[in-house]
Design a protein around this ligand. Sequence first.
Ligand code: FAD
Ligand code: UDP
Length: 386
Amino acid sequence: MFDYIIVGSGFAGSVIAERIANQLQKKVLIIEKRKHIAGNAFDSYNEAGILVHNYGPHIFHTKIKEVWDYLSQFTDWNIYHHQVLGVIDGAKVPIPFNINSLYGVFPKSIASKLEEKLIRSFGYNIKIPILKLKESEDEDLKYLADFIYEKVFLNYTLKQWGLQPEDLDASVTGRVPVYISRDNRYFQDRYQGTPKFGYTNLFEKILDNENIKVLTNTDYKEIIDIDTNTSEIRFMNNKFNGKLIYTGPIDYFFDYKYGELPYRSINFKFSDIQQASYQEVGTVNYPNDYDFTRITEFKHLTGQKNDLSSIVKEFSEVYIPGVNVPYYPIKNDANFEILKKYKSLSRQLDNVHFIGRLAEYQYYDMDAVIAKALRVFNEKIIKSGD
Ligand code: FAD
Ligand code: UDP
């Protein structure tokens, strides 16, 4: 009946489904737990008529031409370069913290001395992770690093992760390095934007193929049994001889055999605004004030014109299976040890591919998930000949 069964209709599941259906002309069933496709990229029009990202703000950005070209087959783009301001001591300054931020928080004479030192020590147009800058031996640069650490990173990270920056893998705060530049954009990738008609529309186009069937509102365990010892897959009580592509949480797949992999969840609080514009840029971060981390105003991201506007505030919380949604894998050594055990089990199942943020427990952006799905298709699925 089906050659492939895919669990999850986010980017990982949908891209690989499209490749199998279009390139191999094979039949695919996608099983999706939620009532809709598109995973965490899902967007929809709210009652005020504003296109909102239901699982938090999503800006597409990539350096990978192949990924941009792939998606561009299914959508046109709003060319959008995301900008973020952070509220520091009452001033709103660019994040990542850059030379303009320096002048926003220090008097000109101090800012220019620090600017000169930064450029002399590291060069111009250079990005330095905060934890690296904190190692500076120069007294002034160390002072600056400690200032940025305290004012931008420490409290935001405590709110977002319940942990200090040092207790996470350095790559987490490294996503938002100090940037010796006057470029106020959040990302410097060559390709940036949001899909012209929204993400959900993009997914509808990706999945528009007679070889693809999507079953929503269904946890795969309701209709699929997998014997992880023998690799046997049963679909609606019949043996399934095809392959499974799994994009849900890896610990759930193995019935939490080695314990739960912790995640952070987010409580998104949406509000409609009775005016055309709420804030200067797409996102404003509040490292040190309030319980939420940031406010995003969607119209900046989507380019929508309307007399009203909508915003979302993000309140981070502990993930509890069955209660809220696992959004962010928590990258640190302890969790990596648990992940290693699950990965070793997953390698024993050669009829199952694990792809995506949840299945690989990786802090992937959308482009990385798409690149991975395309790679698995090219290197494993085509080559295996089945
Ligand atoms: P998902 O999108 O999570 O899809 C997995 C799917 O599997 C889900 O639909 C889920 O319902 C389904 N599923 C899970 N378990 C089961 C089950 N048991 N049975 C059936 N179905 C199941 N990336 C960017 O590039 N730019 C951004 O600006 C950006 N912003 C983000 C903001 C937030 C708040 C978050 C949380 C993430 C953001 N991301 C961003 C990351 C982006 O969301 C992910 O890279 C992407 O969604 C991962 O795709 P995926 O297919 O791996 O996972
Ligand atoms: N971060 C911070 N202050 C900021 C912005 C980011 O401390 O103003 C840290 C924080 O730990 C955050 C991480 O950098 O979780 C990555 O930020 P990013 O904006 O990439 O997070 P995402 O958009 O994935 O939530």
